[in-house]
Each structure stands twice: as C-alpha cells, then as structure tokens.
Design a protein around this ligand. Structure first.
Ligand code: IVH
Length: 686
C-alpha cells in the first residue's frame, strides 16, 4: 500500500478540524455555520482518503460516527463511580424541606446556599470516559453499578465529542448526561415508521433508549439523538487549574468549552425561594422547550459542600429532583370520529373522556390511520394512555387491555366518506385512506376553498371559515371560480352578513384577482405543494401555461421537487375539471404578474434575521421561509451584524443578547405587520 503524502495528511487534519468545529458550533454553541451539504461533502472526502489509506483511521475521526459493523452483543461495563438515582420533591414544601435538611446538616443558613438548577431531561442516562482527551468508552446506566458498553453507538452522536477541544485537558474524564430525542425528531421518526409499517415508539424516552441499544450502530446513526451533559463523575485534576472546577456550575462551563452540550436552562440560584421561582419559571416554559423534561434537578453548587453532605443509600444528600406533572395520563376512549381533510385523507380522531395532562385538558387525540388502530389494538370503551408534549397533538400511546369492558366495540373504518358518501380508497402501499369524491365532497371543497382564500394564498379578506361553510352548504360555491360570481345582494342574504360586509367582501374578491403566479399555484392546493414549492415552480416556469404543459421530467428539474411532488403536479394539471376551473378563473379576470427569476422584490436582501421563542400565527419554519422569500438570511445566533430578532414567548438567551447588543427586537405582532407590508410590496426597505 502506498504511503500518504504530506499534502494528504494535511488535508485529513483540516477536514477533521472543520467537521469537529461544525459539530461544536451546531450542537454546543447553537450557531451553525456550515450547511448540511458542505458537512456531507467534507465527510465523504475524508471517507475517501481513509478508504485509500486505512492506517490513517483513528477512533476519534469524524468518519467513525457513521456506524461501525454490528456488535455481537454489548459487553458489561463496571461503573468506576456508581450512577445513582435522585430523591424526589413532589411539591414546593418538599423543596423547602430539602433546603432545611441541607442547611441543618451543614450548619449554615439555607437562604445563603447556592444551588445549580437544570432541567431533568427525560431520556436515557449514559456515561462517557475520555483518556488523554479521546473518547474511549461509553455505557448505559444499567443497574447503576454495571451498564452495557455501547461505545460504537454513542460515537454516532454528533453532539458527543470524539475528542475534547482545547489544550489543557484532563488525563482522565468521565462525563455523564442524558441522551434525548427532540419532539421534532421523535415525530419524524414515528411518521416514517408508520409509513413503513415499522416499530412506532410510545414516547421520546423509549425511542432514545431503544435507539441506543441497537446492535447495528448504523441504525443508531440514523436516529435523531442528542447528548446533553450534566455531571462530571471523575476527573484527573493533575493538569487542570482546580479553582475553575470548584463548583458544579463551573464544571458545566468547562464541559461546554471542552465540546459538550450543556443545558441552556442551567441557572445558579440561592435559597428556597430562588429554587421555587426557578421551578415555576421552567414549568411555564416546559411546553416550548421542544423536548421532554420531567422536572428540575437541584444540586448544591459548591463541590466541597457536596462532599461534606455525601450520600444516603442510592442517592446523594446534595441533590433532589423536583417532579413536574406527568405528560401521560389514562382516560376512556368514548368514540372515534372520522375527519375528512383537504386532500380527502380520512383521519380517525379519538373522542376521549376529558382529562388534564401536564396542565391542559385533552378531549381529542389523533389515531392517524387504520394501521395505527390495528397496531394499538384499540376498541371503543377502552382505557387508553394518552401523551401530550408541548404543542404536539395528543397521541394514544397504549391500551390497557386488562381493563377492557365487556361491551367494548370494534372501531370500523368507513368504506364510504362520512361527509359525501363517496367510496373510500386506500391505494396499494399507502397507509392513508382517502375519500374519492374530490371537490364533490363538501368537506374537501370547504377545506380547498379555505386554503384558496387564506392569507398566504389569494388572501381574500373577510372570507372566513364560517362564511365558506355557509356558501358550500347552500351549494352556491362548488369551485374557487364560483367565488368570483357571488354578488353583494345574494351575500347580504346570508345570516350575520350586513350589506356593508357583503360589499366589502365583493371588493376584497375583486382585489384578490390581482395576484402573483406563486400565490396562485399555492392556492390551487396541489398535494404536497406548499408555499416554497409553489414559489420555486413559479420562478422556474415563469408562466402558468409553461407550468401546466410541463412533463414530469421538466418538473423534477425544479429545485426541491422530487418524483412524488412532480407526479402530483403533473396529475393535477391533467385533470379536465382542474383545467376548466383555471380557465374560468382567468375568464373571470384573475391575473398575475408572471415574475421571472430575479424579478421578485427582495427588500431584505443582505440582511440576517434571527427567530427565537415560539410564534402563534405560524411555525418558526414558516417564518423563516417567508423571510427567505424576501431575501433575508435566517441565522441561529445573534451577532452585531444581525438586522433584527423576532422574539416570541419563551425567547431565551438570544433575546438577552440582542438587547445587550442593541439589535432591534420585534414581537410577533410587529413582525407580522412588517412581513405583510413587504410581501404586498407596500414597503421596499426595512
Ligand atoms: S444528576 C447523583 N442531572 O435523572 C446525581 N440527573 O434520578 C446524578 N437526569 O437517571 C444525576 N437530567 O439520568 C442529573 N440534569 C440532570 C438530569 C439527571 C436527567 C436523570 C439521570 C438519572 C435520573 C436520576
């Protein structure tokens, strides 16, 4: 085998440093710089070189994250320091009692004691050992003394450093933390599993634990897992300035510098009131964190005091877990209703005996589709466990079959549409059943019209949900074209419609006739064609006729359009009734600017925006897309160059940083106002 040249060795070193740095920026600093495509390109190049010169492969090379060959089984690993559990505090009085116990034992005033507070992450605990700064072993908690060696699996997590950053590194470091799966990652994993008839996980904790215990590390590598560090179990201090490590919070800061992700919510507070306030604050933010937490872990911050307090049985005296209300509850499934969506998809919805889950009353939950009903084996009358996490739609996760009543009824999936009585079809290989009625189906018609009139489609002001329902129920409107044939007189005869509002609506309809091609294409409601795809199609083809005449291959040439979307678009424009509706709309006076590439106004070109916290009227992704459509870049972190920060409820450190740096901050209302002004072309600059 040939020896690598110096040039190759240098390239390997650069690629590794760049890849490590990209991970650090993404996972620890939350300030991504490298795009996924750039990351993948560098990783592939490194893989190529390592394939040519296998001697260059090291265990800490970023290529080792993609997954080693499957293990025969997991070896036992003895924990040098046992992994303990924590005592619980179930209410605020028990927090006060904990502070008193600590204070009494230390013989100091409890109100002067500093505590480090952090979220109690709901995932799987793991322990990582680093020798000379390199990850050498990783294990599960097991029974606390003996765990399972899952090093190859843990190496696949990009938030676990394979080697520590910096120069002054400990000879030995054992770090503990939690492997979690975000709500977003969990939903995506389960959605894919449902499609593929694979195993669906009940909650992110099971999904994280299950993903870590795969014998094939490639499976672990494909799962959206993240590691967050919360404890230094062992450290060889010989080469470390130990004054930097005298408290737990300083240790956590050090871990961050060494390349670990540590909770952003970590705070040091004093006394029992400080603790109670933190627990309340985090409780309020819980729904918006994007991952499951089941409480707050409270730790005496000073490590000297921790040592003085020591342990009882299997838990430390210096820490306690304050528990939040559970995110899972059991209740009764009273009935199942079938809802028909815009594309005819029929979704079974569980009607539940109302129950409070983590502070919110839940009376409906999605059952997704017929396969999910079969998988759960659920019947009407069953006692079911439901789960609600953040904004995610409540889910039925389990059936308590031992509690099944004698009169439990089977759930029968309808063979005909519950709204229009058309046949229900389930295409080969598809999990979703659909009403075949198309726009004949009142439910689909209503949804299609709502979409057509919505703000980001044709933006017909005053044409709300109730009005559309009234128009469809009277059969006055069958297709979007019929909307433009309505006159003020007949509208005024509808309940709750005064002459003035019907005049306004006619004026709004008239105004909506002048639109853009992108909005029009989006308004048509073609399956899987969202706003961004519609804009890409409009930009690519320039005119509606060109788009309507495009073949599948032409469509696939458009940015972000794959074979599925291309097929949907192609089929849509081949349907005579769709072509007729489009002809009618044009005859009724619908016109649009046919914008060619580069002609779209970009009032925010050259600006970088940051979105933080939650938005109520749209998802963050939607906000991002709309900003990008106006030419802005959207970044994950605030710097002096940031043009503006949009801060919704739950905004954290980014808001503070913006205020500190004097970067303009907009709330949701202000943001919407500006967006609409720019999108309508009323304003051309910020
Ligand atoms: S500290 C000796 N901090 O909670 C104290 N544990 O009952 C060691 N956990 O299974 C634990 N988040 O995996 C600590 N911020 C956090 C935590 C945390 C979650 C889990 C841990 C363990 C359990 C302890």
């Amino acid at each position: 085998m040939s020896q690598p040249e110096q040039k190759t060795l240098d390239e390997v070193a650069t690629l590794r440093a760049e890849l490590d740095d990209a991970n650090y920026r993404y996972y620890v600093l939350d300030e991504p710089r490298m795009t996924d495509a750039d990351y993948d390109r560098r990783l592939r190049r490194l893989q190529e070189i390592e394939a040519e010169y296998p001697d260059l492969v090291t265990p800490d090379s970023p290529t080792q994250r993609v997954g080693a060959p499957p293990d025969a089984g997991f070896p036992e690993v003895q924990h040098a320091v046992p992994m303990l559990s924590l005592d619980n505090a179930l209410n605020e009085d028990e927090i006060t009692a904990f502070v008193k116990r600590v204070a009494d034992r230390l013989e100091i005033d409890g109100e002067t004691i500093a505590f480090c507070c952090e979220p109690k992450l709901d995932g799987a605990a793991v322990s990582l050992v680093y020798e000379q700064g390199v990850l050498v072993s990783g294990a599960t908690r097991g029974d606390g003394r003996t765990g399972e060696g899952i090093t190859s699996n843990l190496r696949t997590l990009r938030s676990i450093p394979l080697k520590l950053r910096g120069k002054a590194l400990p000879d030995l470091l054992e770090v503990r933390g939690e492997v979690i799966m975000s709500h977003e990652g969990f939903e995506a994993l389960n959605a894919k599993a449902r499609e593929e008839d694979a195993k669906v996980f009940a909650n992110p904790r099971n999904a994280a634990a299950g993903s870590l215990r795969q014998l094939d590390p490639k499976i672990t590598a494909s799962r959206p897992l993240e590691f967050s560090a919360y404890q230094v179990a062992r450290i060889d201090m010989a080469r470390i300035d130990d004054s930097l490590l005298s408290t737990h919070s300083k240790q956590m800061k050090r871990l961050r510098e060494w390349g670990f992700r540590v909770s952003q919510q970590l705070e040091v507070v004093t006394g029992s009131q400080g603790l109670i306030d933190y627990c309340r604050r985090l409780g309020e933010r819980r729904d918006r964190l994007g991952y499951d937490i089941d409480g707050v872990v409270i730790k005496v911050d000073d490590l000297r005091l921790q040592r003085e307090l020591g342990f009882v049985a299997r838990a430390p005296r210096w820490a306690i877990a304050f528990k939040f209300p559970a995110q899972e509850q059991t209740t009764t499934l009273n009935d199942v209703e079938f809802q028909v969506g815009r594309t005819g998809a029929i979704t079974p919805v569980a009607r539940l005996e109302p129950v409070t889950v983590a502070g919110v009353t839940v009376s409906n939950a999605s059952l997704h589709n017929a396969d999910e009903i079969a998988r759960l084996g659920v019947m009407i009358g069953d006692t079911v466990t439901i789960r609600r996490a953040g904004d995610v739609i409540p889910q039925v996760v389990r059936v308590e079959t031992s509690l099944r009543p004698e009169d439990a009824r089977e759930i029968v999936f309808p063979e005909r549409c519950p709204v229009c009585d058309s046949e229900v079809e389930r295409l080969e290989g598809e999990v979703v059943a659909r009403c075949s009625g198309g726009l004949y189906c009142g439910a689909q018609r209503k949804e299609a019209l709502k979409h057509f009139a919505s703000r980001r489609a044709l933006d017909i002001e005053g044409l709300g949900e109730k009005l559309i329902e009234a128009l469809v129920e009277r059969d006055w409107v069958k297709t979007p074209a019929d909307l433009f044939r309505l006159d003020a007189e007949c509208l005024a005869s509808l309940p709750r419609m005064a002459q003035k509002s019907s005049d306004n609506l006619v004026a709004a309809l008239d105004k909506a006739k002048r639109t853009t091609l992108a909005r029009f294409v989006f308004a048509l409601g073609i399956r899987e064609v969202g706003e961004a795809t519609a804009a890409n199609l409009a930009r690519h083809f320039g005119t509606l006729d060109a788009l309507m005449g495009a073949e599948v291959a032409d469509l696939e040439a458009v940015e972000d359009v794959g074979p599925v979307v291309a097929a949907h678009v192609h089929t849509f424009f081949r349907q005579p009734h769709n072509r007729d509706t489009i002809d009618e709309l044009r005859a009724l006076g619908l016109t649009w600017k046919e914008e060619a590439i580069g002609e779209r106004p970009q009032p925010l070109a050259g600006q970088t925006w940051v979105l933080t916290g939650t938005l109520e009227s749209m998802t963050r992704d939607e906000g991002k897309e709309r900003l990008q459509a106006l030419g802005a870049k959207v970044a994950g972190s605030v710097s002096k160059k940031t043009a503006a920060v949009v801060a919704g409820p739950g905004a954290g450190s980014k808001l503070g940083k913006a205020e500190q740096m004097g970067v303009p901050v907009l709330d949701e209302e202000g943001f919407l106002e500006r967006l609409e002004a720019w999108e309508s072309g009323r304003e051309t600059e910020q």
